[in-house]
Ligand binder design. Sequence first.
Ligand code: DGP
Length: 113
Amino acid sequence: MDCLFCKIVEKRVPCDVVYEDAYAVAFRDIRPVAPTHVLVIPRVHLAAIHHLRDADISTVGHVMLAARNVAHQLGLDSNGYRLVINDGDAAGQSVDHVHVHVLGGRTLMWPPG
Ligand code: DGP
């Protein structure tokens, strides 16, 4: 399988890792849209939210806790931050490996575009 984010997990593609645990890896987005823009991904390959099985609940739960840890570590949780998951083409998902965008460091508008 040729998955960019699996290669990041395997350290075959360089990136700025800010957090790692047994289930998740978090690294700075190459095209940031906020002063802090980090992607949190599961170590295992899950292609998209709409492909998840019930058995993936633990992995996805750990990814969300990792996102919380990243936000805390980077000092985002005092002012607030946003978690975004783009699922599928219409939402703009461009990498087929589930990833949570952690966005913070500025006021975030709502609704998103
Ligand atoms: P999405 O559009 O939701 O699928 O977000 C994918 C994000 O992945 C996008 O914001 C840019 C980021 N990205 C793509 N390739 C790389 C890469 O090689 N390194 C890093 N750090 N981020 C990447």
